[in-house]
Design a protein around this ligand. Structure first.
Ligand SMILES: Nc1ncnc2c1ncn2[C@@H]1O[C@H](COP(=O)(O)OP(=O)(O)OP(=O)(O)O)[C@@H](O)[C@H]1O
Ligand SMILES: [Mg+2]
Length: 216
């Protein structure tokens, strides 16, 4: 499901509520009909993986950062996740490869590199629910396309919420929700929203960062 909406419309809040970074003050969030407040936090967090736009990396090796949620992962599994996240190439070129220590006490990665490590971390966790919240905002379009290609396979059989600003991202989703002022104001396929919901086209046009992706 692609989540589309202007800044401050509530897209990030949706994902954070699902993983209980905080709780609703009214209503409820349910997963398979179960209120998330009734689920043990560690269990919930193992089911809902969130990749934020400014992910946090620990002052550890790249391997340990990717394997953070699954410390028993083998190097081959870490490389597989990193490859799907478009990170393998730049990691392999670092002085110590996957053993390179990053963060405050180590090598400084760019924003887009950090995002790719965070995507790899989430893919390795393999959660049934994956939330990508502007997870590729600092990654250039060519690399993003490659990541999307890998994501297409890995989204099979799982629920993925993806905050989307570009048509290429929206095209990964079979359902789109449009948010405004904290509410879902329209829900459908990209084509049905484009045809019937002028606010959808307006939001897309205002969000799009590259002209050729603005719908006519
Ligand atoms: N912890 C919080 N408590 C109360 N209000 C919050 C909290 N976090 C965010 N908000 C508010 O909720 C609204 C939605 O914020 P949110 O971060 O979900 O927007 P967004 O759609 O992700 O925007 P952007 O596209 O800029 O990332 C904003 O008005 C924001 O100020
Ligand atoms: Mg946000």
């Amino acid at each position: 499901m692609a989540v589309v909406g202007g800044t401050g419309s509530g897209k990030s809040t949706l994902g954070r509520l699902a993983a209980r970074f905080y709780d609703v003050t009214a209503g409820s969030v349910t997963i398979d009909g179960i209120d998330v407040r009734k689920i043990e936090l560690s269990s919930l967090r193992s089911q809902v993986g969130i990749v934020p736009d400014e992910p946090f990396l620990f002052s550890l090796s790249i391997h340990d950062n990717i394997a953070y949620g699954r410390p028993d992962a083998t190097r081959a599994e870490v490389i597989d996740a990193a490859t799907a996240a478009g990170a393998d190439e730049f990691v392999a070129n670092l002085p110590d490869g996957y053993d390179t220590v990053v963060g405050e006490r180590g090598y400084t990665l760019s924003g887009g590199q950090r995002q790719r490590i965070a995507i790899a971390r989430a893919l390795l966790m393999n959660p049934p629910i994956l939330v990508l919240d502007d997870a590729t905002s600092a990654i250039d379009v060519t690399v993003e396309q490659r990541i999307h290609g890998a994501l297409k396979d890995r989204m099979q059989g799982r629920t993925t919420l993806i905050v989307a600003h570009r048509l290429s991202t929206i095209s990964l989703a079979d359902r789109v929700v449009l948010m405004e002022a904290g509410r879902v104001i329209a829900d459908g396929t990209h084509a049905s929203l484009l045809a019937a919901e002028p606010r959808y086209a307006a939001v897309l046009a205002s969000l799009s960062t590259t002209d050729e992706e603005v719908p006519a």
